[in-house]
Write a protein that binds this ligand. Structure first.
Ligand code: RIB
Ligand code: CA
Length: 301
């Protein structure tokens, strides 16, 4: 089983991604949390409750950054509802998060599991802090797979995608590290949305996990209808996790580089394609491969 750490700002799609990871055989050694879609305390509570619902109280949870390194703290998108889980109230977990901070946990878990994959599905603040505190992470992490950035069209401004916009200095710090990095940007994800009626066909009514996903997605489907005029679901974070489960989910991958726009202008937080071969960038998906992984996520067994 592939060993992973998941770093998350647990909103709705993060919760689906976490369920996808544990239901498709990834060996999740720990989940680290930070502010993004909602504040880090709510994010941490969301992760504890999702893991409890899925019967995985064995996976340790570590609280991290409450705000970006430099940027002001901004509100997450209403797409995730007031509590970050589409306002679905899950039963409380009968445990709390660890006393170890997220950056220290990333280092500690990587030290115990050299070569482990770090999947980031939120801003990169924790990862930047972990690398700054422990530069030897470059010899311990096998790869960072990061959902973030936009090649041509953003989702929080015209140019910038939420995760990298939320903390652009942290994103640039991670780019400047020499840890193998694969970026899963917003553009190809937006090309692979699932209409509400198809989602209901994919997810069996009597699946406990499937019903939770449908209930959480209701808020974001309503938001997507308001924004794009179509009742559809978009799955940014699950695409990042699905790539680690089965890299064949990527139909095309380029080797290139990104530079974060850090100046305080209209482009701030944009991930601009740049010279160099620093990272792999997924530019298209095999949607059927992704859907098969989603079906497995909600299957009853
Ligand atoms: O831009 C999409 C990303 O922003 C996803 O990680 C979503 O959860 C939000 O954090
Ligand atoms: Ca996220």
């Amino acid at each position: 089983m592939k060993k992973v750490i998941i770093d998350t700002d647990c909103g709705v799609d993060d919760a689906v991604a976490i369920l996808m990871a544990i239901r498709n055989g990834l060996d999740v050694k720990g989940i680290t949390t930070l502010s993004g879609n909602t504040n880090v305390d709510q994010v941490t509570e969301n992760v504890l409750r999702v893991l409890h619902f899925a019967g995985r109280d064995d996976i340790p949870v570590f609280k991290g950054a409450s705000r970006p390194l430099i940027s002001d703290l901004i509100e997450g998108a209403p797409v995730h509802g007031r509590n970050g889980l589409g306002d679905v109230e899950l039963p409380p977990a009968n445990r709390t998060c660890s006393d170890v901070s997220a950056p220290e946990a990333i280092y500690g878990i990587a030290k115990e599991n050299p070569g482990i994959t770090l999947i980031t599905i939120g801003p990169l603040t924790n990862v930047a802090m972990a690398i700054n505190l422990h530069p030897e992470l470059k010899n311990l992490l096998g790869e960072i797979v990061s959902m973030g950035g936009a090649l041509y069209k953003g989702n929080v401004t015209r140019f910038a995608e939420f995760n990298f916009y939320f903390d652009p200095e942290a994103a640039q710090f991670v780019f400047d590290s020499d840890i193998p990095l694969t970026v899963i940007p917003w553009d190809p994800i937006l090309e692979n949305v699932i209409l509400e009626e198809e989602l209901k066909r994919i997810i069996p009514e009597d699946s406990k996990i499937g019903k939770l996903i449908l209930d959480m997605e209701k808020t974001s489907i309503g938001f997507m209808e308001g924004f794009y005029g179509v009742r559809q679901s978009v799955f940014p974070d699950p695409f990042a996790v699905s790539y680690v489960i089965n890299p064949e989910v990527a139909k095309s991958v380029i080797t290139g580089n990104m530079r974060m726009e850090l100046n305080y202008n209209v482009m701030r937080g944009a991930s601009v394609l740049a010279e160099g071969e620093r990272m792999k960038i997924v530019t298209a998906f095999n949607f059927d491969v992704f859907k098969n992984i989603l079906v497995k996520t909600v299957s009853k067994k």
